[in-house]
Design a binder for this molecule. Structure first.
Ligand code: C5P
Length: 220
């Protein structure tokens, strides 16, 4: 399989790195967290609890979630509405992590992701891509960074998007979300045995992108 799987905790740089690797290799970038976030947003708006597995699975079946465009211009649509910015709200990240605990939800999302990867060369980022979604991916990367470095990046991103949040709150939210993602029973966040771990704490984005592109090119 031509896919590249990039997993890791929140704020490790996955989406920026995955997007640029995809651009360099002429592959399609797929942000898998966007599917859980879009479902979490819809559940909130519909008054469906993030604990109600059955209702969430039903909601997913009724929803149309699409990634449109390529490169830096990918837009996320939920039932035809552009929710690209709305799903980035910090509370939606936390809600997505709760929604993503449920096996029925994960099974539905994973089926959709596999279908997307069958059609073309993809770079997918998430939590379970190398372990569950695409275990046959030709390259698996596990990106990490210290919690402080990850919180600093997330804080800067949120500030740039106009959210006035405190660094301490971002750090606390990130640590709580990691704990939830690593300890859940279904597809917890963990490094696949054959994944290459890259600690991005003291690396530039370009360094990390370059290393992954070099790995991909070496396999041709
Ligand atoms: O990566 P992002 O912050 O957008 O993901 C939001 C949440 O969605 C994560 O905290 C995680 O709980 C869930 N997720 C997941 N599996 C993925 C991608 C995201 O469980 N492949």
């Amino acid at each position: 399989m031509r896919a590249i799987a990039i997993d890791g905790p929140a704020g490790a740089g996955k989406s920026t790195v995955a997007r640029r690797v995809a651009e360099r290799l002429g592959a399609k970038y797929i942000d898998t967290g966007a599917f859980y976030r879009a479902l979490a947003l819809k559940a909130r708006e519909a008054g469906v609890s993030a604990d109600d597995e059955e209702a969430l699975a039903r909601l997913w079946a009724e929803s149309e979630i699409a990634l449109e465009g390529a490169g830096g211009a990918v837009r996320i649509r939920l039932d035809g509405r552009d929710v690209t910015e709305a799903i980035r709200r910090p509370e939606i990240g936390a809600a997505a992590s709760r929604v993503a605990r449920h096996p029925a939800v994960r099974a539905a999302v994973v089926a959709r992701l596999r279908h997307l990867a069958e059609r073309e060369a993809v770079v997918m980022d998430g939590r379970d891509i190398g372990t569950v979604v695409l275990p046959e991916a030709r390259i698996k990367i596990f990106l990490t960074a210290s919690p402080e470095a990850r919180a600093r990046r997330r804080h800067a991103e949120l500030a740039a998007a106009g959210y006035a949040v405190r660094f301490e709150d971002v750090l606390a939210e990130l640590v709580a979300r990691d704990r939830q993602d690593m300890t859940r029973e279904t597809a917890p966040l963990r490094k696949a045995p054959d994944a290459i771990e890259i600690d991005t704490t003291d690396k530039s984005i370009e360094e990390v992108v370059g290393a992954i592109v070099a790995l991909a090119e070496a396999q041709h």
